[in-house]
Design a protein around this ligand. Structure first.
Ligand code: PRX
Length: 681
């Protein structure tokens, strides 16, 4: 079936009848009723949900308490004050011991190579986590300490994060695609004394020698006066079967196993995951944490260029990820759920790890790429495990769409029931293709809008309840009150367009920027006191649907990954041949946006292929491959206001070849604009 090109942008798609039969929220009236309850009596609404969880001590304060108004004092959010619990206990022990799910599969791990696979039950995961929690304790990690994790998508990554949570340590997971410099910056900022990594992994055909990168990061940390005491390394590729004790949560030897892999070893710092685990007990009493104790730090780009360590706390994050997962994917006990995100991003934290596990769900965890060994891989996996709920990105959908419907139709996909997307706006064409080709027109699409800072979905359809419009994230989740604000902070009513903000907290909202509460207030709360400002623009249509229109700050979204223009600009300007750099986003048919960089060269420097390659390498080294510029243009000058501010608005028009520049009366020298048009890449 070809995608329906005639579908209008705001065509309505009603949820399918059979999905409604057992759905948690079966129709739109029920959504509206529950939404009203969540707003009118949030303490009752979340208090009822909290009854499903295990609390060592019950809460004494309000379920939700907050101040969003900087003019009235410090911004704070508190959830379930006075309660003590442990999130690891709730996602593992509660399932094994209270819900009899010990033998249920938690993860079907699917490796990069077809045929590399591993099945892990809740009972096995609990034992593996307890062992590793004991390892961390034996290495001196205590409640409140921060542990950095830099690992590929292997089950041990989930084991490591849950082990931290079990002992009350704070995990800081760094996506394994980040560079040594980025890892070093995150380790030093969060003051981690222990790093957990792996020898290496394959992404498709490409070998990533992770330990080498981790070692370089540790050298940089030492140079900065911050020596990391210990580095635990998992042998993922280089393992010797003799060395791996039974039941240590290790996948079988991978097809591409590399016993010859050169892994540098520093006996003063390095420790072998497998040897440590072999000696550890598989019982470990959880550390009972206060509701507002920190659970994890996750770095996200900041407009100053320095990444922000977004901090989430135990109880609110647990309640919110569990509830959004259950309702947004309408989780049912026999589901097989697959989120393609890496655990190194917030989507993986909330919807590969904590949310599904809190619900006792069975998930696929995938190490590889949608295009390896061929572009049918995702559909092969869907059929292999009978995936019923699939959650992926618009970039992946657009990329696979390029190859047409045949690679999809090679597989049946009869098990699919709900299709989700996340991370960036989805264009209506990709939405339609996802629905018609991937879902054979049967499955509702849930376009979930949220952020690292929101912890979980904040604008989203519910699959059996919400009529959807392609490209709209539809309506707020329970407890979430959106507002559309004008430039002057006036709250707009009805159909309108402006800044997307939220008027009150939900349990999963971030509590602070690690070590810099002032930056937290400045970034999200100071411009419009009383509101959490998302940094996204949005339109609300005449039916009340929300449409995200893109970032309103100096942030770019490349393949669903937020990047700060300032961070890329400072990497470029570090090169001796560059005097000044300006980076803007250029619309890209697959990635959503790509990086288009303008560089003004130092006297005597010439722009040639060598310089271009050096600049691209510099950005990769500074940030990681995800930030590699698509275009670099040498510019004799940049369009600036008389006060010297770069006019990015004009640069964005130039990269798109749009001659209508709008008001340029503040432009200091208009001749540079024509030069830039002439020398466009
Ligand atoms: O711009 C929005 C975009 O991604 C940003 C958040 O990025 P990050 O913190 O990395 O988290 C990504 C995964 C939740 C948002 O500010 N974004 C995310 N989801 C959507 C979206 N834009 C439009 N539609 C979405 N569904």
């Amino acid at each position: 079936m070809a995608p329906d090109k005639t579908a209008k942008k705001d065509m309505l798609f009603h949820p399918a009848g059979d999905l409604k039969k057992n759905a948690h929220v079966p129709d739109f009236d029920t959504y509206k009723e529950l939404y009203a309850k969540s707003i009118d009596s949030p303490d009752d609404f979340w208090g009822d949900i909290a009854k499903d969880f295990f609390w060592k001590t019950r809460h004494t304060g309000r379920v939700l308490d907050h101040n969003f108004d900087v003019t009235k004092g410090e911004v704070f959010v508190k959830c379930m004050e006075g309660a003590r619990t442990n999130i690891c206990y709730n996602v593992l022990d509660r399932n094994v011991h209270h819900r009899n799910l010990g033998d249920k599969v938690a993860f079907y791990w699917e490796g990069n190579e077809p045929g590399d696979e591993l099945t892990v039950t809740y009972g096995e995961l609990l034992h593996g986590v307890c062992r590793f929690a004991n390892v961390l304790k034996s290495q001196g990690v205590k409640k409140g300490d921060c542990v950095s994790i830099y690992m590929p998508m292997v089950v041990e990554l989930a084991v490591a994060m849950l082990a931290c949570a079990r002992i009350g340590a704070v995990h800081s997971i760094v996506f394994a695609g980040f560079s040594a410099e980025s890892l070093c910056e995150r380790i030093t900022d969060s003051r981690c004394s222990l790093l957990i990594t792996a020898d290496g992994f394959y992404r498709g055909e490409k070998l990533i020698t992770l330990k080498l990168i981790a070692d370089e990061a540790l050298r940089k940390c030492k140079d900065k006066g911050f020596p990391v005491q210990r580095c635990i390394m998992l042998k993922h590729l280089s393992k010797d079967p003799e060395e791996i004790p039974q039941g240590s949560q290790s996948p079988p030897l991978a097809k591409r196993s590399r016993p010859d892999l050169q892994v540098p070893w520093n006996p003063e710092v390095d420790l072998c995951w497998h040897s440590l685990v072999a000696e550890a007990s598989d019982e470990c009493e959880p550390e009972w944490c206060d509701s507002e104790d920190p659970l994890f730090i996750l770095y996200t780009s900041g407009s100053t260029g320095k990444p922000k360590g977004v901090l989430h706390t135990v109880s609110g994050y647990m309640l919110y990820t569990a509830t959004t997962f259950k309702l947004v994917f309408d989780h049912q006990p026999d589901d097989v759920y697959w989120c393609t995100a890496d655990i190194g991003w917030i989507t993986g934290h909330s919807y590969v790890a904590y949310g599904p596990l809190a619900n006792g769900a069975t998930s696929v965890m995938f190490e590889g790429l949608p295009t390896y060994p061929d572009v049918s891989r995702m559909w092969a996996i869907v059929d292999k495990y009978s995936v019923s709920k699939l959650y992926t990105t618009p970039t992946a959908i657009r990329m696979l769409m390029k190859y047409g419907g045949d690679p999809v139709r090679k597989y049946k996909r009869e098990s699919l029931k709900v299709l989700g997307t996340v991370g960036e706006p989805i264009n209506p064409e990709a939405w339609q293709w996802y629905r018609t080709v991937v879902g054979d027109g049967r499955c509702p699409i849930v376009d979930t809008y949220w952020q690292t800072e929101t912890g979980g979905h904040v604008l989203t359809p519910l699959p059996a309840a919400t009529p959807t419009k392609p490209g709209s994230a539809t309506f707020p989740f329970f407890g979430v009150v959106p507002a559309v604000l004008s430039e002057s902070g006036e709250e707009l009513e009805g159909a309108s367009e402006g800044h997307l903000a939220f008027k009150r907290p939900w349990p999963g909202i971030a509590r602070t920027v690690y070590g810099d509460h002032d930056r937290f207030e400045a970034t999200y709360f100071r411009r419009f006191p009383g509101y959490y400002l998302t940094g996204d623009g949005c339109r609300r249509d005449e039916d009340g649907y929300y449409w995200i229109t893109g970032r309103t700050d100096d942030m770019l979204n490349v393949s669903g990954h937020l990047l700060s223009t300032a961070e890329v600009e400072s990497a470029l300007a570090e090169h001796e041949g560059v005097v000044e750099a300006a980076v803007v986003g250029k619309p890209h048919p697959v990635k959503g946006e790509s990086l288009y960089c303008f560089v003004t060269l130092a006297e005597g420097a010439a722009y040639d292929a060598v310089l271009e390659a050096e600049l691209k390498r510099r950005v990769r080294e500074r940030i990681g491959a995800i930030a590699t510029p698509d275009h670099i243009q040498s510019a004799t000058g940049l369009p600036k206001t008389r006060s010297g501010k770069i006019m990015r608005r004009v640069l964005r028009k130039i990269v798109c070849g749009e001659r209508d520049l709008g008001d340029i009366s503040t432009l200091a020298d208009s001749s540079v604009v024509e030069q830039l048009f002439q020398s466009r890449c």
